[in-house]
Design a protein around this ligand. Structure first.
Ligand code: LMR
Length: 354
């Protein structure tokens, strides 16, 4: 009996020792293979940011900067995947993709938001802004606030206005100096009725089409020209398939960075704080660099391309302005009298300043 007890005792002891060694072994194993990088990967938050322009543009660089700042501020916990060049969605598709939750951030040019609410057309009015300062004043003031408020009925949230710059005209059909030079010319324009009607006013034949099809339209002579900022003309090489470039500054092109309200509201306070801070810093950076980027890229085009460049004189610009001004009246009932009046007051205050 005594030896049976001893035997059982020894067996229990053996089992305890084996369990103890096994436990230690597992601990040692886990310590050895524990991968820091994998920690919390399963609960990493990933957002998709889709846009249509090249990376070396004010919007392309801002989107990348935003992603980097979010990564830094969240210690890698929040990831923004940026899809440039329309690689995920075209400008025609991206608003719908945001609605469906397939993408969480977009930054369409404000011209394309007329399809959500007509007030956005105010920013497309000819010579709406005559300087970057005027743009900032308008967008950081009553005009910008009112436009962002209009997104609410579509369950969208405006996070920031990013800037690009002023639009210029390129063409293959002779130099464009006077408004009449555009008569009969087929032009690719953005999806905006206000822009369409201003070119119709001059006797041109505007065609609303996507940004990413513009190069092919120009190359295959399906249109004679287009209007865009220098950074878009440069980064998409429109200057390679166009003979004439007119610095007209006839309109403004900027962006509304947007997300879906449900997506935004479902984030934790900490996530919202990080995204808000990163967006603020990015927007300041964008405001500081957009103008210079357009200037530098115009210099590049001048130095490296045979395109013929003409800059409208002040008197010529005044003539364009006069010819295009009827569009303000035409759109008063569509955009709203109050908004147009605010814009005109702002425009006037900058005319007096200069
Ligand atoms: C265009 O369609 O020409 C622009 O809106 C592209 C952009 O996003 O700058």
């Amino acid at each position: 009996m005594k030896s049976l007890m001893t035997c059982l005792g020894l067996m229990i002891l053996g089992i305890v020792i084996a369990l103890f060694i096994g436990f230690h072994d597992r601990e040692a194993h886990e310590e050895l293979y524990y991968d820091d990088d994998q920690e919390g990967l399963n609960d990493q938050i990933v957002f998709r940011f889709s846009h249509v322009v090249a990376e070396n543009t004010p919007k392309g660089l801002a989107a990348n900067k935003f992603a980097e700042l979010v990564r830094q501020k969240s210690g890698g916990h929040i990831k923004i995947e940026v899809f440039p060049n329309g690689s995920l969605y075209s400008d025609i598709e991206e608003i719908d993709a945001l609605r469906k939750g397939d993408v969480q951030f977009i930054a369409p040019s404000t011209s394309k938001l007329g399809m959500l609410s007509p007030e956005w057309g105010v920013l497309d009015l000819p010579y709406a802004f005559t300087s970057y300062d005027a743009v900032q004043e308008g967008l950081n003031g009553e005009i910008g606030t009112q436009l962002f408020a209009s997104l609410k009925k579509n369950n969208m949230k405006g996070l920031a206005y990013w800037t690009n710059g002023f639009k210029q005209i390129t063409s293959n059909k002779g130099p464009i100096r006077t408004p009449d030079d555009l008569k009969g010319q087929a032009l690719r324009i953005m999806q905006s009725d206000v822009i369409e009607d201003q070119f119709r006013q001059l006797g041109a034949a505007p065609r609303q089409d996507s940004f990413n099809s513009t190069f092919q339209l120009l190359e295959n002579n399906l249109v004679d020209g287009e209007e865009n900022t220098i950074s878009n003309i440069y980064s998409k090489k429109f200057y390679n398939v166009q003979d004439y470039l007119t610095i007209s500054n006839h309109g403004y092109l900027g962006y509304a960075v947007m997300t879906d309200e449900h997506i935004w509201n479902s984030q934790t306070e900490e996530t919202k704080r990080i995204l808000t801070e990163a967006m603020k810093e990015t927007t300041e950076w964008n405001e500081k660099h957009a103008e210079q980027m357009n200037k530098d890229q115009l210099k590049e085009i001048k130095e490296n391309s045979p395109i013929s460049i003409y800059q409208l004189t002040k008197a010529e610009q005044d003539e364009w302005m006069k010819r295009l001004d009827p569009v303000y009246q035409q759109y008063e009932s569509v955009i709203g009298r109050k908004l147009i009046r605010e814009l005109l007051e702002l425009r006037k205050s900058y005319e007096t300043d200069s």
